[in-house]
Design a protein around this ligand. Structure first.
Ligand code: HEC
Length: 187
């Protein structure tokens, strides 16, 4: 009887040791898997490049539109400003799809308090653009998906801008008075 108990105890001990070993090794496996996923988690260069191209295309269309609207449709301070049109357009675009866009101030004197840098990325980006960079970007992960965040500079493109934003007259040549902030998916 004693012998049987002994065998049983040895068996149990062996099982425990075996289970512990299995747990430790599966721990190793999960570390290895996490590393593998982290490798996979880095977005492909080609995908990042596609998102960059998408931002460039959008940025060009938006800026050309703001200039065209200001040139052809805005004649005095009471007209519906291209800035107002852009803010509304960007809000609708951001609410209806995966691309998020905002028009923000870089002078410290926005028309509307909503149109300001709201997080570290936008605040740092405004600093860099004011220091002379044309573009500021960062790849971020949200809910396991990659996104490209970009800030592009908005300079005082034409004299008419000063009609409503009087303080733009103080801006140095080429100095950005605002920025467009983009978040586009990397796919
Ligand atoms: C007719 C007046 C008017 C003209 C001209 C005008 N803007 Fe604006 N702008 C506004 C108004 C009003 C807003 C606020 C829009 C809103 O929040 O709905 C604004 C907002 C902006 C913003 C966002 C930051 C802020 O101040 O709220 C930027 C940047 C901007 N305009 C740049 C420009 C540029 C560049 C031009 C020239 C191409 C220009 N604006 C011409 C009236 C004008």
């Amino acid at each position: 009887m004693k012998k049987k108990l002994c065998v049983l105890a040895v068996c149990i001990a062996a099982t425990v040791v075996f289970m512990l070993a299995a747990m430790v090794s599966s721990g190793d496996t999960s570390v290895a898997m996490a590393e593998e996923q982290a490798k996979e988690a880095k977005p492909k260069k080609a995908a990042v490049e596609r998102s960059r191209k998408a931002v460039q295309t959008l940025d060009n269309i938006f800026k050309q539109t703001i200039v065209l609207v200001t040139d052809k449709y805005v004649h005095d301070e009471d007209d519906f400003a291209a800035g107002s049109a852009a803010v509304l357009l960007f809000k609708n675009i951001s609410e209806s799809g995966d691309n998020k866009v905002r028009l923000i101030d870089a002078t410290g004197e926005p028309y509307d308090d909503e149109n300001v840098a709201k997080d570290d990325f936008e605040r740092e980006g405004i600093k860099r653009l004011k220091a002379g960079d044309q573009i500021y970007e960062e790849i971020v992960s949200k809910d396991g998906k990659h996104q490209l965040r970009t800030l592009t500079a908005v300079p005082v493109v034409m004299q008419k801008c000063v009609m409503c934003h009087a303080h733009y007259a103080d801006a140095k040549k080429g100095e950005p008075i605002g920025a467009i902030s983009y978040i586009v998916p990397i796919e």
